[in-house]
Write a protein that binds this ligand. Sequence first.
Ligand code: FAD
Length: 413
Amino acid sequence: MRKILIVGAGQSGLQLALGLQAQGYAVTLMSNRTAEEIRSGRVMSTQCMFHTALQHERDLQINFWESQAPKIQGLGVSVAGPDSQRAVDWLGRLDGYAQSIDQRLKMAGWMETFAQRGGQLVIHGAAVSDLDYFARAYDLVLVSAGKGELVSMFGRDASRSPYSEPQRALAVAYVHGLGPRPEHPDLDAVRCNLVPGVGELFVMPTLTLSGRADILFWEGVPGGPLDVFQGLKDPAEHLSLTLDLMRKFTPWEHARTAEVELTDAGATLSGRYAPTVRNPVGRLPGGGLVLGVGDVVVANDPVTGQGSNFASKCAAAYLASIVEHGDRPFDEHWMRATFDRYWEMAQHVTKWTNAMLGVPPEHVLGLIGAAGRLQPVADRFANGFNDPSDFENFFFDPEKTAAYLASVGGTAA
Ligand SMILES: Cc1cc2nc3c(=O)[nH]c(=O)nc-3n(C[C@H](O)[C@H](O)[C@H](O)COP(=O)(O)OP(=O)(O)OC[C@H]3O[C@@H](n4cnc5c(N)ncnc54)[C@H](O)[C@@H]3O)c2cc1C
């Protein structure tokens, strides 16, 4: 039986561990926190996942919360105009629904399932020296430790990482009591509110520890008016600041917040990181090799809500590569080929996400505006969140945008 060590119990590490376990591999999973510590800790993400990524979980029969979590049927975009009213406002319909399940709930539950199914769970914050030791005892070591210190083993790929600094300051609050959205009170959707030059407010339904809730997530341009959460310790202050900024920049969303309260003591999160693609193979001091997974190798800004989706897609691609490789050694050539298979998909999300962080060119503004007049454009844009490779066909190149709009009977005017 082949022995595999996975370091880091997040979306990618746990999905891969459960998948390998089901295929009969002897999997050891190392986590720096217990399931209970994760469950009682701070929120980590907004983790909205679209159809393809959710299907990977269904394929492994680990979609334990699917029936309880809100079914997100659409993706809306609002653009704030100069008078703080909406200059653009539309809703695209998703072909398959999306869901957000609080990672505290999901990761803690998956970790317990892994242990109940006989997996070896080690609670230990691994250091490079530990991996050096363990690499000799395992056929393969995978590092899925997110944006933690272990990423230092994997060199930054400058050719694929245009930004060396964070492009957004992030501030998340999970709340109960948000009023229904008047435009479509019976349909759950993610709403991206774009405030030009300032940042974005995402509002989305989620399933958290205390049931259904909503997430208020500000992404602020660094140094701008939304970049005010750093160093805030008090969750109540965090929420109050979130609401003040909503009143100022997105009053249509603020109108729904009269009754909101934080879901729990760990309901807020703030921080920032530079989007980075890394060399997928890490070399240990003793000469052993380890393969990076998920955010370790491709960490995009959450402005497009893709990190968990691609952590899941990475885990699914690696699972297939490991199984297909049979009993042959997991050497450097295999590791690079395994990452390249994933990068075939991930390159599209990196390109699109990095584009969304910059100032949008004229033709993209035209496309977003046209989606308000042409439902097929809104629907296609929304479904791009499930398959970002489609943006190659109508988003980046002004000529392709114009040709697409003409094909649905519109223009960017
Ligand atoms: C504010 C915010 C909002 C987001 N919103 C979305 C969204 O809506 N949709 C979406 O798809 N993505 C979103 N993301 C991104 C998404 O959360 C991440 O990309 C995804 O969780 C990455 O999964 P992962 O398995 O690679 O890493 P992680 O989920 O970060 O898991 C890594 C795990 O490794 C553990 N660990 C770290 N170091 C060690 C160590 N030395 N030893 C042992 N264990 C260790 C950590 O504690 C953690 O449990 C968001 C991210 C943020 C910050």
